[in-house]
Design a protein around this ligand. Sequence first.
Ligand code: FAD
Length: 427
Amino acid sequence: MPRFFENVFIGAGISCLAAARRRRGDSIVLEAAARPGGLCRSERVEGFTFDYTGHLLHLRRPRVRRWVRRLLGDNLARHRRSAWIFSSGVYTRYPFQGHFHGLPPRVAAECLLGFFEALQRGRPGRARDFASWARAQFGAGVARHFMIPYNRKLWTVDPAELTLEWLDRFVPRPGLEQVVRGALEDVDDAAGYNACFHYPRRGGIESLVEALARGLRLECGQRVTTIDLQHRRLRLAGGEEIAFGNLASCIPLPRLVRMCRPLPDSVRERAGELRWAGVYNLNLGLPGPAPARHWVYLPERRFRPYRFGYASNFSAALAPAGHHAVYVEASYRGGRRPDRRRLRRRLLADLAAAGVITSRRRPVVTCELDIPCAYVIYDRRRTPAVRAIRRYLEQRRVFPIGRYGRWEYSSMEDALWQGLQLAERLA
Ligand SMILES: Cc1cc2nc3c(=O)[nH]c(=O)nc-3n(C[C@H](O)[C@H](O)[C@H](O)COP(=O)(O)OP(=O)(O)OC[C@H]3O[C@@H](n4cnc5c(N)ncnc54)[C@H](O)[C@@H]3O)c2cc1C
């Protein structure tokens, strides 16, 4: 007889851990990797701790904020963001569209005039794709110097292919006064969704995972391979079968769909329409102190990565004394693994060109991390496909949650929130 659990969670990402924590007794979490946490794990290498790129907690919902505080106790610090853009050879404050001060006068004037023209023309609400929206909202200068090249790098597709569904929270829209002030002087106003953030004092972001996973029935090294929806059983790579009442999953949605039987052609085809970008993440341990910045966007085409950050400025414990930790991120088309050696060489050269690596600050430690599924692509086919797939699965009491289960652009807080909501639904 197979083991039976009322609630089976596939994947120990923080969304499933949060839900399982609230359900407890009647639940099991099955995780393919050797330890839980998914993208919220932290790797320890020679005294450094590296996350899968920057993983900062933006806690907007009071209930989640209280819960995270309870889970982490005194191991949680609050920071005021120090985010920058490096372009035209200078550092300017984030968001680019509100801080033209410091740019070469020709570029600043182009951005400011473009913004005035856009304001005069109005009607960004009519735009249907991100590229047109960015031009209508911010003007040609901001579109040319930041919005279009940065988003092309991040998503790996032409921004004209992107819808507007994802941007509400992620793209700040400063008003006329802010833009003018930010062009005339250096204004430190910390606008946008991530003006403040929380981060563990010790242990990297994985300390949140450790707190969530404590006391749960969790089996690691258990890869789910197939799901029989009719007989409500799943099979593990080792051959064991497990029977379930409800099933929840935070693994990437197309992968979950491929495991399910029976699977109508219409659902299989929808899953085949979903596109995504992977991220190659190179982490470095460097000697000496870090500049007083948290992270830096690199919009220009001459740089392959889209962002780098000084992780040890989130928590000094991430680097040994006298050192600092840096991460750098480069996207690639989902499903097309890049040549890692070439990419690594390129990122090191780019970091040297941006002044992060110098002859005195050479890496003493490197750590490469791959995120094969990092950003889901919001093209026109994504939302109808996700809706149809979720309908099919949820009618059979299979609940996809988390950033890749829901196939969305969302945060750790959203993952925790979805876990809490699912636990209530299962009750
Ligand atoms: C580059 C990048 C930067 C980010 N930065 C931030 C940030 O600063 N702040 C923020 O709030 N969020 C950030 N996020 C988002 C954050 O990582 C996610 O919201 C969160 O980790 C999602 O967790 P999850 O529960 O959806 O599952 P995941 O973390 O995706 O975990 C899925 C789990 O499923 C397991 N699994 C896969 N297949 C199987 C199988 N067949 N059987 C069993 N287990 C399986 C995997 O091993 C993994 O453990 C970032 C994401 C990326 C990509």
